[in-house]
Design a binder for this molecule. Structure first.
Ligand code: IPD
Ligand code: CA
Ligand code: CA
Length: 308
């Protein structure tokens, strides 16, 4: 609150801070420092909440889960997806009442614009893994201000690995700072892709996906977009393609990948839209370029790609 008031005062006057007269460049520097402190504090809150929620999830996998299907028999939701989402919503509303929340299970807000501060929350990414495997699922929280990524935390609940950042300060895997991603080549790349896009489906001609898979060193499929995006950010994977993901699936991962200099677009190369479902093409430079080229060549040859 104090920072917020100070922020407002600097923005309004442009000249004063704590009784000092500031030159414009100093005002900017102080403004940046205050922004940094704020986002760091929010990041630390998110980390604490995620650690609390993940303890509940590790308990829950030992007991009985109430499981229902949503849009299709394979689209699962459990009592824990709802409970964890409600936990986060309560925390955000209490600490940051002016922030907006977009979340999977419907307890968030009806958000129409990216104005202000926006939280994209997936309480359990990889619910099918949570139910079947009791591992390989994550909590994903991405925070944006005016559509710009500021804080991201993805937590692999069972391995207890955390992928996180405050924008501008680098990405960390647990407490190890990661470097910028180098450019790469598809022939030495590992690409994550869900097997369904390599078979007949309505969204993309499988021949396009097969061309990418054929030219890569290997393909992997983990069943959790959040962890797959985190893996691209830290170089465990080199690329990722999906024909449909929701804002909460990608909110945190995009921030991490942008922070380390990776490329994030729709499969036709267009920019991603934060509040819509998107097709996703992610990768280190070079690999992203090559995958995009195979998709564009496929489209030029008359093969189908459905953007929505
Ligand atoms: C799903 C996972 C999965 C991806 C699906 C997502 P959920 O999220 O990320 O890997 O292929 O498109 O819906 O439903 O487990 O949160
Ligand atoms: Ca998800
Ligand atoms: Ca989910």
């Amino acid at each position: 609150m104090l920072c917020h008031l100070m922020n407002e005062r600097i923005v309004r006057s442009g000249r004063y801070l704590k009784g000092k007269v500031l030159k414009p460049s100093m005002v900017e520097r102080e403004q940046k420092m205050i922004d940094k402190t704020n986002w760091q504090a929010i990041h630390d809150h998110v980390v604490a909440w995620i650690l609390e929620a993940s303890a509940e999830l590790r308990q829950a996998v030992k007991g009985h889960l109430n499981i229902h299907s949503k849009s299709s028999p394979n689209d699962l939701v459990t009592n824990m997806d709802k409970q964890i989402e409600q936990f986060f919503i309560h925390k955000v509303r209490t600490s940051y009442p002016n922030h907006q929340i977009v979340s999977e299970e419907g307890f968030g807000d009806e958000v129409k614009t990216t104005k202000g501060v926006l939280w994209l929350i997936d309480p359990i990414d990889g619910t099918v893994n949570f139910v079947h495997q009791k591992r390989h699922f994550a909590i994903s929280v991405g925070i944006y201000e005016e559509g710009i990524g500021k804080v991201a935390v993805i937590y692999d609940v069972m391995s207890e690995d955390m992928y996180h950042c405050v924008a501008g300060q680098g990405v960390y895997m647990n407490d190890e700072k990661l470097g910028e991603l180098d450019s790469g080549e598809l022939k030495t790349a590992l690409i994550a892709v869900n097997g369904k896009w390599l078979n007949k489906n309505i969204r993309i001609d499988p021949e396009i996906m097969r061309a990418i898979a054929r030219h890569a060193r290997g393909t992997r499929s983990y069943g959790t977009a959040a962890i797959e995006l985190a893996y691209v950010a830290c170089g465990i994977l080199d690329g990722y393609v999906s024909m449909q993901l929701s804002p909460w699936d990608i909110g945190a991962g995009l921030i991490l990948i942008n922070e380390v200099g990776g490329k994030t677009t729709q499969v036709n190369g267009d920019p991603l839209k934060l509040l819509e479902n998107n097709t996703i093409l992610i990768g280190r430079k070079g690999v992203h370029e090559e995958m995009l080229r195979y998709i564009q060549e496929g489209i030029e040859a008359g093969k189908y790609v459905q953007q929505k």
